[in-house]
Ligand binder design. Sequence first.
Ligand code: IMP
Length: 431
Amino acid sequence: MPVTIVLGGQWGDEGKGKITDALAASADLVVRPNGSTNAGHTVVTDDGVFKLHVIPSGILYPHCTCVIGAGVAVSPPDLLREIATLRERHPRLGQLYLSDRAHVIMPYHPLLDLYEEQRRGAAGIGTTLRGNGPAFTDKVARRGIRIADLLPGAEPLLRRKLEILLPEKNVLFVHLYRQQPVDLEAILEEAGRWGEQLLPYVIQAEVFVQDAIAAGKHVIVEAAQGTMLDLDYGTYPYVTSSPPTAAGACQGAGIAPTQVDRVIGVFKAYTTRVGAGPFPTELHDEVGQLLRERGREYGTTTGRPRRVGWFDAVAARYTVRLNGMTEAALTKLDMLDPLPEIRICTGYRLGAEVLTAPPARIDQYEAVEPIYEVLPGWRTDTSRATSFADFPPEARRYVERIEELIGIPITMIGVGPARRQIVWRHAEALA
Ligand code: IMP
């Protein structure tokens, strides 16, 4: 079956955009199943550096059709801006469609995101402040606004929904957060404009995707964020609000688990995370600083410096299994080039115990001590490697050790931002 899921195996920012872009060269359809404008996927082509937020990475190929699925929360002004910017800079884009069932990030959602974070103070999650959490909260509470509700003809329905919803929001704005109330008529007017502008893109996406699968098209589902940010299995409550897992990708794209034949987990050759929450292998020393600068580890969406640490094989093995990953892509291996030695976390020490999977209790996760295996570095430039054999033996050993620890083959290795800087390892090379 022709469906491949590409997802993050860590805390997001693993380089999924680059991997999806490479795979999309031979794909017909790329579907984004989750997240919102909170995500940032960077793709480097001969036409320049493109930072995508909610549009799937396949858009840079004219032959690729891209679909924003029902599981995404869409901010219409952000999406329209992203489309306009891409059109200006890239003359040959693929076709873009948007699910009529996707939820809308309404003007009050980013405000609520900000005020909620401010109220949490030191216990803040460090969200991207894009309104993601509040929009998915409304979705789950069954009071969300969907793209279909914005379209011409749906105004009475939207008005009815907002007449019930806004008094509730305004109690929060006025009495809890001491802010101005939001205005129904102003929101209705804005929503009407969005609906008209989005109309050409809106389709019944799950039917479109199923028709494509039935026609034998090659479909990639490009999930946003990473599994350790999942609501159920991530470092709750320091997580995002829609599922970045393979199961979530199926749900958000309108694809059944039985239709998927490849699940590619993307891992950075070290680890990064933005926002607050446990990060056992975090580095606070000059190695961390070096990786942050070399790896340009600053958020694509927010510009925030990312926290940086060693590869965490405990978390990685956990996400490999939860997602049924069939293979892995390892990105940014070249960032490790100057290091004399490299560590991999193989277990978490918690008191007298050694944990082999992340604990549910956040205070325990914050208290674990990583157990490290130390491998020699290679101190050689790997950015020009075109085959696995080109790597120094220490780099090959590092990749192979990660494979042993996570239990799946690493079939793609990123050694630089450009499209050509991927070392492919095919089945025969792994045998
Ligand atoms: P939210 O998704 O904006 O609510 O933020 C919740 C958590 O997920 C924060 O720690 C964010 O930094 C993190 N997060 C959200 N989107 C991304 C992403 O695309 N990459 C990495 N982290 C993300």
